[in-house]
Design a protein around this ligand. Sequence first.
Ligand code: ADP
Ligand code: MG
Length: 238
Amino acid sequence: MIEFRNAAKSYGNVVALRDFSAIVPSRTITVLMGLSGSGKTTAIRMVNKMVLPTGGQVLIDGVDVATLDAVPLRRSIGYVMQDVGLLPHKTVLQNVVLIAVIAGQTRDDAEHNARTMLSLVGIDPASFDRFPSQLSGGQQQRVGVARALATKPNILLMDEPFGAVDPIVREELQVELCRIQRELSLTILFVTHDRTEALNIADQIIVMSDAGNIEQSGSPQELTAEPANDFVRKILGL
Ligand code: ADP
Ligand code: MG
C-alpha cells in the first residue's frame, strides 16, 4: 500500500501539491486524473523520491520513503513515462537486460527475465534483436513496460504512458496492462487525463483539481453513478 499523508510540494511560489492525502491499495490500479498542471506528475514522482516533498510524507507499506535510499528504492519500483526513452543503439532485448543487470541480476538471470517480460507484454521474439526505431510507437511502449518490470518490482508508476499512442492501440495496451497487473499482482499508480482510459483500467480513480486538491475518489462505478460536483462531472464527461 502506498499512502500520501498530507504530502506537499512547492517550487518557489508555485504550489504543485498543497495537502495531498490518498491511499493506493496494494495489488490494484489507482488512477490519478486531473487537468494539466494539477500536480499528478509531482505526486507520482514522490513515491520513488524523484521529487522530495516540502511537507508531509509518502509511505510504502507504512515506511516513510524519506528514510529509504533513493537508488535501491528506484530499483524496486517500475517507472514508465510517455517518452519511453529506449536507448537507440541497443536492441530491444539489450534495453531490457541492461536495466536488470544494473539492478544487480547476473547476465543469465537478466537475460532470462528480459525475455520473459518482453513475451509477457506481447513482443514477438523475432523483434528482440531489432532496434527501437524499427518498432511502432505502441511496441516501443510495450518494451518500456517490459523494461520497468525487468527488476521484478511490486509497484509500477505510470505517467501518461500511452499518451502518444493512437486510440486503437491504446485500448489494446490498456487491456494488456490489466492482464499483466493481475498476473504479477502489481500495485499500479497510473496518471492520465483521458477519461476513457481511466474508466477502462481503474479500480480506483482519484480526481484532482489545482494543487492536487481531491475532488472525489472512488471506483469508476461510484464516480459515474454519483459524481460529487460539476468538476468531476465535466472531467468524466458525464
Ligand atoms: P501535472 O502532471 O498534473 O500536469 P505537475 O505535477 O507536472 O502537474 O505540475 C504541477 C505544478 O507544478 C505546475 O504548475 C507546474 O508548472 C509546477 N512544476 C512542476 N515541476 C516544476 C519544477 N521542476 N519547477 C517549477 N515548477 C514546477
Ligand atoms: Mg504530468
